[in-house]
Design a protein around this ligand. Structure first.
Ligand code: FES
Length: 86
């Protein structure tokens, strides 16, 4: 049995207006087999979007704890599909 893939999407204002709102629809862009492996959660702003010493570009998402900056549906999809084969 394949392992669950935890996907967290930032719901903070910076990430939301930079495209994060569409990331919540990621399951619609995956095959049914892969979508059922996904545990999708919203996260509050972690502060990474406005910490200029780290300069993470919003929108931010996390896949199994690994931060994805400048996240897009295509970027998340690629990362999720790669992890679904492990
Ligand atoms: S709004 Fe997403 S990390 Fe701040």
């Amino acid at each position: 049995m394949k392992k669950e893939i935890e996907v967290k999407v930032c719901c903070g204002t910076n990430c939301y207006i930079m495209g994060g709102s569409e990331l919540h629809l990621i399951k619609e862009h995956l095959t049914e087999e892969i979508a059922q492996l996904i545990s999708l959660k919203g996260e509050n702003c972690s502060g990474n979007c406005h910490d200029f010493s780290r300069t993470q570009k919003p929108p931010l998402a996390w896949i199994n704890g690994e931060m994805i900056e400048n996240a897009s549906i295509e970027k998340l999809k690629k990362e999720i599909v790669a992890r679904s084969h492990k």
